[in-house]
Each structure stands twice: as structure tokens, then as C-alpha cells.
Write a protein that binds this ligand. Structure first.
Ligand code: FCB
Length: 452
């Protein structure tokens, strides 16, 4: 396969980004690591959830995943070959602290030591997420995120990781996507821990946000020099039609999906309309909680994949919208990303903002040992252009990271949905960079050439 991309089009895109822009690629622990029962790792809620019949589409689990724990050096070389400046990974809390409180696991800590040092040796900034969903099962047994005690355990965990890795990580993210943990995990029950109560979900949201704010305060009090922030899954909401019903639905959906998270973090209060909408399901909030949640952020991370269409009678059907869909059934609409960023910039005072995940699942086919994933390559290029459009209109964009480095365990969808720019053959664990990886490397090399 020829990997020659038009230099002028790569340069046209690269020129739109400043020299200090951070380019990266992202993964998460449970989705790639494997080694689920090795070296003293404790059980996580995702280990447990995968064993519930019917929970995972293909009946799979994370026991082996991409076997990343045993293939660390090879994977670090793959990251380095892309020419990215940052790598976003997450720590498996039960790998380093098997019960979520008390004793630490030296072998688990040693793995992240090797990961972080390996990145630094290759000139790549480690950016660490503390909670990408795999809560220790021992804490779930005591109520998990619905129990306020988990807040204090999380702060201890954050401090422990900081003491262990010192100031070797460039950035620390407390939580990945509180909405997903709360709503998919505790209200819809389709993600771990598989509960179905809106009241629980709202209390979980509050404890996640509170533990985030308290962790930031504790880390700063310890002299942490890493940039500190949180990652939200956000999409721009559009009314499906121009009727008053759909327009009202759009305000409500945007409130539940975006303002319920961004308002407390950046304004120190929950939005009043959503508080009223929740009725008896509102969370218990104690004095001082809101100020803690609004502890200033060094950065905001946004994971974005698609737009959100609000339809009062639920008649909106992505299959009839006319937009192309990814294998997840998500509409491809890059304009939605610039609309989202411009709206946030208009309504809030944003800290430096990163796209911490963006990418697509496509039906990749291996042909003569190569994967010509033009759909993914185009998806990524168009979304990078959408970030450039926002930057040019003054949004403080600081970086962009592709989801994901590797094909991996896509939660309830199992291994069938592939998001990697590097293909993984799960029978041999062979890694093969796809066309999209070659394109990203070529783009980054043009961008870097502009800086010299
Ligand atoms: C996000 C998750 C990430 C990945 C992508 C596709 O919600 O943060 O782990 O599964 O979706």
C-alpha cells in the first residue's frame, strides 16, 4: 500500500495549529491491559460485570484484551512511531490498590512505573487518568460511587498515585466521563455495575464530581506539578425538528447531558431547571460540596464522537437522517464538534481545552496484510479540521487525541467494534498500523516540520 498523502493538504491542516498544541493518542486500562488476575491485581466492577450473562454482546471479557501488560515495550514503540507528543492512559485502580483502600500492590505500581518511564524515554508526555470506570469491586460491595465514603477513598488513591509517580506525569485526569458511569452504569444498567435507579445515578454523579474537586485540592496541597483536570463526554444537542416540543426537548437533553456536569465544574452550581426536572431523584449535597467541585481546573478534557438529536416523541431515527454512520450507529457530523466548542466558549469561561477522545468504529478489512481504513482516516481529518475551526474563532483549544491507539475491548460491545488506528489480531496479538495511523504520522510530521 502506498502511504503517500498529499503534502499540501496535510500542510494546510497542520498550519492551522499553534506550536504548543498537544497531539496524542488514547487508551484505557480495562480495554487493553489484560493480565486481569495476575500479580496481585484485585477484581474490578468490569471484571464482575462481564461475567453477567448477556451483559457483553459477544460474551467476552477483559481477561486478556490486548495483552498490553505483557507487550508494553512493543506498544510504547508503536506510540512513539506515530510521532505524538502525549499518550493518554488510565490506571487500573484495583491493579495498584486491590481493595480500593488500604494496602498497595507493588507489582501493579511497578507496571505504571515502567509505562511512565518508557514514555518519557521516548519523549512522550504521560497523561494519566485515575478513573476510567474500573472501580475496585471491594468498594462496590460497600455501595461504590453511591456511597460517600468512596469519595475519601478516591482522594487517597489519587494521592498515592501522585506520591508513586511523583511529578513524572504531565497531566492527571480524575474521572473519565462521569455521565457514562452514572447514567449507563447506575440508571440504564447497560454498563458496570449494572444498576437501574435514577436517584442512585444522580448521587453517583455528585460523588464523582465531589471526589474530583477534593482530589484536585489534595494534590495541589501536596505540591503536585502536573496539570489537573477532568474528562467529560459532550455532544452538541440539536432539536430534531423546529417544533416547540423538540426545541424544549433540546434544552432538557442539553441540561441533562452537558449543563448538569459543566455548570457545577465551571460555575459551582447545578442547573436549576434540571434540578427541578429530577424531582425526588436529586442528589444529597452537603455544605461546601459545590465550592469543592468548582475548584479551578488546569484543563478540561472533552470526548466527542457525534452530535445529539433531541426529539420529544423519540421519532428521530439516525438511519433516516441522511448522515453516514459509524459501526456504533453514531452519526458522523464534524460540524457538531465545532458547534459544541463554540457554544461552550460562548456560555462558559473555559480553561485550556483538549479533545481527549475522538475517533470511529468501522468495519475494517484486512487485505494482503493491510487495512485501508479510509473512513476512519477521513473521520479523524475532518474532526481535526473542526477543532481548527474552533481555534480560529478563539476557543482555547490545547490538544487533540485519537481514540484509540489499538483495537480493544469496547465495553458492552465486546471486541467486535474496532476503534484502533492500529489493528489487533486477537488470536495472535499481532499489531498492524492501519492507513489512519500512517496518515496521522504523516500529518504530525508535517506539523512538526512547520515548527522548526
Ligand atoms: C468513550 C469511552 C472510551 C471508548 C469510547 C468509544 O465513551 O471513554 O473508553 O469506549 O467511548
Amino acid at each position: 500500500m502506498s502511504h503517500e498523502f498529499s503534502t499540501s493538504s496535510l500542510l494546510d491542516l497542520a498550519r492551522r495549529f499553534p506550536p504548543d498544541f498537544v497531539w496524542g493518542v488514547a487508551t484505557s486500562a480495562f480495554q487493553i491491559e489484560g493480565a486481569a488476575q495476575e500479580d496481585g491485581k484485585g477484581e474490578s466492577i468490569w471484571d464482575r460485570f462481564c461475567r453477567q450473562p448477556g451483559a457483553i454482546a459477544d460474551g467476552s471479557n477483559g481477561d486478556v484484551a490486548c495483552d498490553h501488560v505483557h507487550r508494553l515495550e512493543e506498544d510504547l514503540d508503536l506510540i512513539a512511531a506515530l510521532g505524538v507528543s502525549a499518550y493518554r492512559f488510565s490506571v487500573s485502580w484495583p491493579r495498584v490498590q486491590p481493595l480500593g483502600s488500604g494496602a498497595w500492590n507493588p507489582k501493579g505500581l511497578a507496571f505504571y512505573d515502567r509505562l511512565v518511564d518508557g514514555l518519557i524515554q521516548r519523549g512522550i508526555k504521560p497523561t494519566m487518568t485515575l478513573n476510567h470506570w474500573d472501580l475496585p469491586q471491594a468498594l462496590q460491595d460497600q455501595g461504590g460511587w453511591a456511597n460517600r465514603d468512596t469519595v475519601a477513598h478516591f482522594v487517597e488513591y489519587a494521592l498515592g498515585m501522585h506520591r508513586w509517580l511523583g511529578n513524572r506525569v504531565a497531566a492527571i485526569t480524575t474521572h473519565n466521563e462521569p455521565w457514562v458511569i452514572a447514567v449507563l452504569g447506575h440508571e440504564q444498567g447497560i454498563f458496570a455495575p449494572g444498576l437501574k435507579s435514577r436517584a442512585t445515578a444522580m448521587q453517583v454523579t455528585h460523588h464523582l464530581l465531589l471526589s474530583h474537586g477534593l482530589a484536585l485540592q489534595a494534590l495541589r496541597a501536596e505540591g503536585c506539578r502536573a496539570d489537573l483536570g477532568i474528562v467529560l463526554n459532550l455532544s452538541h444537542t440539536y432539536p430534531a425538528t423546529d417544533t416547540p416540543e423538540d426545541r424544549a426537548q433540546a434544552v432538557l437533553d442539553d441540561g441533562c447531558l452537558l449543563r448538569w456536569y459543566v455548570d457545577p465544574l465551571l460555575r459551582g452550581s447545578y442547573p436549576e431547571d434540571i434540578w427541578a426536572h429530577l424531582g425526588a431523584d436529586v442528589p444529597q449535597v452537603q455544605a461546601g460540596d459545590m465550592a469543592a467541585i468548582a475548584t479551578p481546573l488546569d484543563f478540561l478534557g472533552i470526548n466527542n464522537y457525534s452530535r445529539h438529536m433531541a426529539s420529544a416523541d423519540k421519532s428521530f431515527d439516525v438511519k433516516k437522517s441522511g448522515l453516514p454512520l459509524t459501526e456504533m450507529g453514531w452519526e458522523i457530523y464534524p460540524q457538531g464538534l465545532s458547534d459544541l466548542l463554540l457554544r461552550l466558549h460562548k456560555d462558559y469561561v473555559l480553561p485550556p481545552t483538549f479533545i481527549t477522545e475522538n475517533g470511529g468504529a468501522f468495519a475494517d478489512e484486512m487485505r494482503q496484510g493491510e487495512i485501508h481504513d479510509v473512513d476512519r482516516q477521513r473521520y479523524i481529518a475532518e474532526h481535526i479540521a473542526a477543532v481548527a475551526a474552533a481555534l480560529q474563532q478563539g476557543v482555547p483549544m490545547a490538544g487533540y487525541m485519537v481514540w484509540s491507539l489499538l483495537d480493544n475491548f469496547e465495553w458492552a460491545s465486546g471486541y467486535a467494534k474496532r476503534f484502533g488506528i492500529v489493528h489487533v489480531d486477537y488470536s495472535s496479538q499481532k499489531r498492524t498500523p492501519k492507513l489512519s495511523a500512517h496518515w496521522y504520522r504523516a500529518f504530525l510530521s508535517q506539523w512538526r516540520a512547520l515548527q522548526t
